[in-house]
Write a protein that binds this ligand. Sequence first.
Ligand code: AMP
Length: 226
Amino acid sequence: MAVNILAFGPNGSGKGTQGAIVKEKYGVNHIESGAIFREHIKGGTELGMKAKEYIDKGDLVPDEITIPMVLETLAKSKEHGWLLDGFPRSKAQAEALDKSLKEANMSLDYVLEIQLDRQIAAERIMGRRLCANDNNHPNHIAFEAIKPVEKDGKLVCRVCGGELSARPDDQDTDAINKRHDIYYDDVTGTMAAVNYFKNAGGARVISVDGSISIKEVTDAIMKELV
Ligand code: AMP
């Protein structure tokens, strides 16, 4: 049976890094809303152009664009199973997702939450680097375990040697702050979505401390995954 997982964690918590590992364990599709938007931006699509103005500022892309985009991608992964990352980011998105899962007769097996203090999360963001070849190749200039390598005087992806870049929204303090305001908001923001699915029952909840080493976080998660 396909395994379906929701992954939560503030920007900078290591959610992408751990998500890539969990994805490998189950062979599920890694559906990352932010990465889908970035693909659209790279491809110069209309959706990408609309989304970019919000993304660069750290604002949420409006629900009428985001919700159908994610739910359509999810429906295509029904047979395969999925790890959904970056969605839902608000209570409204959580309710839309819950409704859609019920309608599609899809179960939710795990809710994975990486907990991290806002200050530490913010400090980690600027050092992240994005691999041009694969979104599932995490690189960070300050973490030995995922440090980029040097080639011809340039830092390249430690996994595939691909070109690295820094996301514009990761180098902008206002955009970082806005994203964290949204994440830690437990009334209508992402923490409200986390609590919504934690309280819904059914799924197994895994909450791990994201302040320890990458390997320790992975071990803590793997221990809980059946
Ligand atoms: P991320 O890669 O998860 O940090 O997402 C990058 C940006 O994409 C966010 O700051 C938002 O502008 C946009 N985005 C990603 N996921 C969502 C979502 N679920 N709802 C609205 N906007 C989103």
